[in-house]
Design a protein around this ligand. Structure first.
Ligand SMILES: Cc1cc2nc3c(=O)[nH]c(=O)nc-3n(C[C@H](O)[C@H](O)[C@H](O)COP(=O)(O)OP(=O)(O)OC[C@H]3O[C@@H](n4cnc5c(N)ncnc54)[C@H](O)[C@@H]3O)c2cc1C
Length: 485
């Protein structure tokens, strides 16, 4: 049986970052990915001449001192960034905002919010500095870390502003500024949080929210070839350091002996690993151990949302004449479903011919949705499920045409995906991709059943700003494994 220092189950960004950092330290790593592409929710896949981003479309954390830049420097990767002077355009009724680093259009429409934004910028600048310092301690001894934490990190975090935000939710923070009952402003904040933190103001810690709301200020970017380029370049970094990556190989079982995982059983083979990294949640771990995920897990984590997504190949430049390539349409919530509350449209760069033929665009259009209803209707009957899928697709297309003009006749290809699709392609429990409670300072607890050589990475583990959050979490796990080995 082949054996490795570390086996990484799942080639999403979390799994790949930890694998690349461990391979960089000379460890023998094996990444097992069930799909035919790396990247999971941040993959880019090909279909009929188009390359679509599976989920994530805007990169952040690539700025000077940001986690993605730190990772690139460490691994010798130059990210092919296409910077976005305007992160995205926000449209809601008569409100139209360009989200850029200066936020002038936001101040013009919501003048009472200036103080909140000042506070947000101050808090997030401190947090970015803390993150950057934390990453510079990567690989250093425990003693140095303790010393640096005591002398530098803690004093930064002990500032009144930070402490005040850490102890409250984003919504209460808005109330402190007299903005919590301003429906239009709250809708705007919730819409931004849905994109950057995959949750809304009621479920978001104010400090994490401050960081998530920083996205337009911190050099947002896309990448040539799509978001999946991040995963592909990490894959190359792993391979050129001697690490192995097996695509289309699903881990079916983790065999436990005492308090350790002894072997990893896949759709093709079996492997021995001294340490195991699982790119997933406790719920995924439970099913690989042959246990029932705790029935309280979704409730404890307030995990109820997944994504509904359209991948559209369009023979027309819908973004012609617009200042941004990403557009968010926000509206009041329909009954108790959050779908259509925020429809996020991301277009490929018209000049990036690796994404779509000349004159065509590859669009990824996403909204959040409660996952339970999709599983329920699918269980009732497949025709009902397909009908529901078609109905939401039509609603999204209607909403897009209302704001962007008619384009249905120019659609070459329309693929739609529900939480069931996400569950199949990313292995995420029930297809959950957001809505995890982040009201406290720490991520929802993800128990590892007392397993000493099992580590979880991914966005269940480290809330905050999507890719950078996952990257920092995975770097901390790699650091811990290096100290154990
Ligand atoms: C619609 C949508 C839009 C988003 N937009 C943005 C954005 O614009 N910017 C941003 O920064 N973030 C965004 N995010 C969030 C970001 O994509 C995720 O937080 C991040 O990609 C999650 O990475 P991860 O490592 O946690 O896991 P995942 O991406 O879930 O990857 C897990 C991987 O493990 C594999 N796997 C699972 N089980 C097994 C098994 N048993 N055997 C083998 N392999 C397995 C899966 O196939 C998958 O590749 C978005 C997410 C979604 C869903």
């Amino acid at each position: 049986m082949e054996s490795y220092d570390v086996i990484i189950v799942g080639g999403g960004v979390g799994g790949l970052v930890s694998a690349a950092l461990l391979a960089d330290e000379g460890m023998r790593v094996l990444v097992l990915e069930q799909g035919k592409n790396l990247g999971g929710c941040a993959a880019t896949f090909s279909r009929k001449g188009y390359r679509f981003d599976a989920g994530a479309t805007i990169g952040c954390g690539f700025h000077d001192g940001g986690p993605m830049q730190w990772l690139g420097d460490r691994l010798g990767i130059r990210w092919p960034l296409l910077t976005l002077p305007i992160a995205w355009e926000y449209l809601s009724g008569k409100v139209q905002l360009q989200l850029d680093s200066k936020r002038e259009s936001v101040f013009a429409v919501f003048p009472a919010s200036e103080e909140l934004w000042r506070e947000q910028a101050e808090a997030s600048d401190i947090l970015w500095r803390v993150t950057s310092e934390l990453l510079t301690l990567y690989g250093q001894s425990g003693f140095r870390k303790i010393a640096a934490t005591a002398t530098s990190l803690l004093p930064k975090l002990a500032r009144t502003r930070i402490v005040k935000l850490a102890g409250t939710t984003a919504l209460r923070w808005l109330h402190r500024h007299g903005l919590g009952d301003d429906t239009m402003f709250r809708r705007f904040i919730d819409a931004q949080l849905l994109i950057s933190a995959q949750t809304v103001s009621t479920d978001s810690n104010a400090l994490f929210a401050a960081l998530a709301l920083d996205l337009p200020r911190k050099a947002p970017a896309t990448l040539t070839g799509g978001m999946g380029t991040v995963a592909d370049l990490l894959g190359e970094a792993i391979a050129c350091r001697g690490g192995k990556i097996h695509l289309n190989e699903q881990v079916r079982r983790l065999d436990q002996a005492g308090d350790r995982i002894q072997q990893v059983v896949t759709s093709r083979s079996q492997y021995l690993g001294k340490q195991i990294v699982l790119n997933g949640s406790t719920a995924s771990l439970a099913s690989l151990l042959g246990k029932q995920p705790s029935s309280a897990w979704p409730a404890d984590n307030r995990a109820r949302w997944g994504a509904f997504i359209l991948h559209l190949g369009v023979q027309k430049n819908l973004m012609d004449g617009r200042k941004a390539r990403h557009i968010q349409i926000a509206q009041a919530m329909e009954k108790d479903d959050i779908a259509l509350r925020s429809v996020f449209i991301s277009s490929s760069d018209a000049n990036d011919l690796s994404r779509a033929p000349a004159g065509h665009l590859a669009l990824t259009v996403s909204c959040h949705t409660n996952v339970a209803q999709w599983w329920q209707v699918h269980q009732e009957s497949r025709p009902k499920y397909l009908q529901k899928k078609q109905k939401l697709t039509e609603k999204i297309l209607d909403s897009m045409e209302q704001h962007l003009g008619s384009f249905r006749d120019d659609i070459d290809l329309c693929l739609s995906g529900t939480p069931l699709t996400y569950a199949r392609y990313t292995g995420r429990f029930q297809g959950l991709v957001g809505g995890y409670a982040q009201t406290g300072l720490f991520a929802p607890r993800q128990p590892c059943y007392g397993l000493k050589n099992l580590h979880l990475v991914g966005d269940h583990r480290f809330p905050g700003q999507s890719l950078p959050g996952v990257t920092v979490g995975a770097a901390l796990v790699a650091d811990k494994i290096m100290r154990m080995c």
